[in-house]
Structure formats: structure tokens, C-alpha cells
Design a protein around this ligand. Structure first.
Ligand code: APR
Ligand code: PHB
Length: 391
């Protein structure tokens, strides 16, 4: 039977980045991914990187194209009440964020792993975890054949719908969940962005976000009903609704064009505790999901990977298990703060219910926020990413 040190389930950003950082630390892994390479490389996801994520990508040796192509943003805008206010991240935190799509990061990681001759197996079906409490193995089917890999550890990097979290014996994990009663409808288009920074717009028709991937490619989102389907929205309807939710001067200058992609993203807050069960680690979306306002999903996944690869590297170098044992606690402390921030930012900017009192409270929150240096500083500190605990 094939053996490896770490079997990684899932080749999203978590799984790929983990395998890359482990390889640089001399730890061997095999990655098993259900989808095709093309599907994984083509998925459109968020695109705002905290400085800590940028550093980790550089540490992993996949920062070169990002450094060249990213857009460095020193702030973002909040639009409400017909006006627009700038949140100066650089002034409040001394930091900036980088706009670089998750799609590009995934592509860079896949190419780097492939060039290194890494064992990344796409189209691995029916992945299952065997003997988690003893000598763990991962079983899967590929090209019609059932195979097994024996390993020391399993990293569940298989996202919210993955198999790893579901393989944990019942009663072991405690989960916390809030499904938000609305979704985001996203559109990608080859048009110049509405502004040089992101605009988060809170409007009584619903939230809207103007984001971007480059100077010629934009990403827009509209708050929509959680049961709506992308096919219900023609491009024209999307652009018309977006204009209605933006301040007039932004709406007037909006460049529109045919959509390259249109999809509905559900909004969910979810955490599973603990993030380690014996030799199985849950990483990224497999362990926690946040609503996308604030763009924390990918950054949290990267933070988990940072803690995990160091813990495993330390174990293989010295035999010490303290960092492995501390993985869950260390990750969760920061995860919950990001869940809080994403939940709060969502609640402050989205139409929650048709309730006048709620709307007044929201406006008061936004007016207070944008009029107080202390509140702006708190928003900025969370947006650029809270510090990592000392290792
Ligand atoms: N077997 C093998 N692979 C699986 C299985 C399975 N049973 N189930 C899911 N996968 C794969 C998916 O096809 C996907 O490629 O696991 C991968 C999980 O990737 P992501 O969902 O992107 O999760 P993660 O790598 O943790 O990245 C977190 O992605 O979802 C966004 O907002 C999130 O930005 C965050 C980031
Ligand atoms: C995106 O560009 O997809 C994006 C940006 C910022 C967010 C969420 C998504 O808060």
C-alpha cells in the first residue's frame, strides 16, 4: 500500500497551500481532490488578501506573480445615506490589503506543485477515512480502481461540504451555525472598476459591493433572496439594480458589459469545534465558514494552514507534539473573532428585515462608525486582519 506522511483531502487553496508549505519543510504529502483540475482552477471566489496571507504565500514561494499583478489598496469606501465615506486602512493600521483573486492563487499553487512533481490526484471519487483512531488510511476510487493510502495524519481541506468533518464519530464535534436569510448574487465582467477602491454599499433595496480583480476586470455583488437563482437575473436587470443601490455619482459613471460569470453565493456562519480529532485536522472551510462581507474566508483558511504546517514540521523535526495538540485552540481563538467581525459587518450593511427600527439602528451604527476615529480604527484593524498569536 502507498504510504505518505500527510494525506490531504481537497485541492482548494487550503489543501494546495498546505502541501506546498509541508514540502518546503521536508514533509511528504499526497493531495486527493474530487473535481477536475480545470474545475478547481476555474472557480471564482473572493479576492482580498490580508498582509499575513500575502506573507504566507511568499513564504510558500508562490508570491511572485501576486507581487506583480496584485492591486494594493490603502482603504475602502462605505456608501450609505446617499453619501460615501472612505475607510483609511493605512492611516488606522499602518497596513494595506492586496486585491488578487483566489482563482489566481489557486492557479499559481497548482502550477508550482505540478512543477515540483507533487502528488496531487484530481478526480479522486468516494474518498473515505479508515481507522481514524488507529493507523489512518484514506480510501478512494480513481479511474475505476479503489486505492488506499496509509498516512500519519489526515488534513481535511475539503471545504464545507467535504467528507472529513462528516467522518468524525458523532458526538465528538460541536457545531455552531447561522444561515443568513439572504444570499449574494455575483457578477464578473471585463469592465473597469467603479472606483479605485472597493465600495461596500448599504441601501434600503439591499446591500451591494463593487469589487475588482484588475484595472480592467470587475466583480460586483448584490444582496438577493436566498432562494433566487442566477438565471433569474439578466445582465441588464443586474446592472439596473446595482445602479439603484449605489450613490448617484458612482452609478452615473458605472461601466457595464456582458457578464463572464454569474452565481449565487449563500451566506452562512459556521464553526466546528474542535478542529483536530486525533490525527485528523480540519482546515479552512471544512472547519468554519463566514459570510463574505469582509473577505475573511480565504484569509482564515491561510491562517489555519500557517498554524498546521508549522506544527507538523516541528513534529517531524523534533518529535514534539505540543503544537499539534494546540492546533485547534490556536486557530479557533482567531476564527471566532473573524466570525464575529464578518457577522457584524454583514448585519451593519444588509437589509435584514422590513423593520424600520432595525434600519434606523443600522444607519445610526454606520453614522457612528464613520464619525468616530475609534470605531474606524476597530473596523480597519479587523479588515486588514487581526494579529496571529505568537508561536
Ligand atoms: N473528496 C475530495 N475532495 C473534496 C471532497 C471529497 N469528498 N469534498 C470536497 N472536496 C474538494 C472540493 O472540490 C474543493 O476543491 O475540496 C476542496 C475544498 O476547497 P474550498 O471549498 O475552496 O475550501 P478551502 O480550500 O478551505 O478554501 C477556503 O475557499 O470557499 C472559499 O470562502 C472560502 O475563500 C475561502 C476558501
Ligand atoms: C470579491 O472581490 O469577490 C470580494 C471582495 C470583498 C469582499 C467579498 C468579496 O468583502
Amino acid at each position: 500500500m502507498r504510504r505518505t506522511q500527510v494525506a490531504i483531502v481537497g485541492a482548494g487553496p487550503s489543501g494546495l497551500l498546505l502541501s506546498q508549505l509541508l514540502a518546503l519543510s521536508g514533509v511528504e504529502s499526497i493531495v486527493l481532490e474530487r473535481s477536475t483540475r480545470e474545475h478547481v482552477a476555474g472557480r471564482i471566489r473572493a479576492g482580498v488578501l490580508e498582509p499575513g496571507t500575502v506573507e504566507l504565500l511568499e513564504e510558500a514561494g508562490v508570491g511572485e506573480r501576486m507581487r506583480r499583478e496584485r492591486l494594493v489598496h490603502r482603504g475602502f469606501r462605505l456608501a450609505f445615506d446617499g453619501g460615501i465615506v472612505r475607510v483609511d486602512l493605512a492611516r488606522h493600521t499602518g497596513s494595506t490589503v492586496s486585491v488578487y483573486g483566489q482563482t489566481e492563487i489557486t492557479r499559481d499553487l497548482i502550477e508550482t506543485r505540478a512543477a515540483a512533481g507533487a502528488d496531487v490526484r484530481f478526480e479522486a471519487e468516494d474518498v473515505s477515512i479508515q481507522d481514524l483512531g488507529g493507523a489512518p488510511r484514506v480510501r478512494f476510487r480513481r479511474q475505476g480502481r479503489v486505492e488506499e493510502i496509509a498516512c500519519d495524519f489526515i488534513a481535511g481541506c475539503d471545504g464545507y461540504h467535504g467528507v472529513c468533518r462528516r467522518s468524525v464519530p458523532s458526538g465528538t464535534l460541536r457545531t455552531f451555525e447561522r444561515a443568513h436569510p439572504f444570499a449574494w448574487l455575483g457578477v464578473l465582467a471585463d469592465v473597469p472598476p467603479a472606483a479605485d477602491e472597493l465600495i461596500y454599499a448599504s441601501h434600503e433595496r439591499g446591500f451591494a459591493l463593487c469589487s475588482m480583480r484588475s484595472e480592467s476586470r470587475s466583480r460586483y455583488y448584490l444582496q438577493c433572496g436566498s432562494t433566487e437563482r442566477a438565471e433569474q437575473w439578466t445582465d441588464e436587470r443586474f446592472w439596473d439594480e446595482l445602479r439603484l443601490r449605489l450613490p448617484p455619482e458612482v452609478a452615473r459613471n458605472l461601466s457595464v458589459g456582458p457578464s463572464l460569470e454569474k452565481s449565487v453565493v449563500p451566506l452562512r456562519s459556521f464553526v466546528a469545534e474542535p478542529m483536530r480529532v486525533g490525527r485528523l485536522f480540519l482546515v479552512g472551510d471544512a472547519a468554519h465558514v463566514v459570510p463574505p462581507a469582509g473577505a475573511k474566508g480565504l484569509n482564515l483558511a491561510a491562517a489555519d494552514v500557517r498554524v498546521l504546517y508549522r506544527a507538523l514540521a516541528e513534529y517531524y523535526r523534533t518529535g514534539r507534539t505540543e503544537l499539534i495538540e494546540g492546533y485547534s485552540e490556536r486557530c479557533l481563538a482567531r476564527v471566532w473573532k473573524a466570525v464575529r467581525f464578518s457577522w457584524w459587518f454583514t448585519a451593519a450593511t444588509h437589509v435584514l428585515e422590513d423593520d424600520d427600527f432595525n434600519r434606523r439602528m443600522q444607519l445610526a451604527e454606520l453614522r457612528y462608525l464613520t464619525g468616530s476615529a475609534a470605531a474606524l480604527s476597530s473596523l480597519a484593524e479587523n479588515y486588514v486582519g487581526l494579529p496571529f498569536a505568537a508561536a
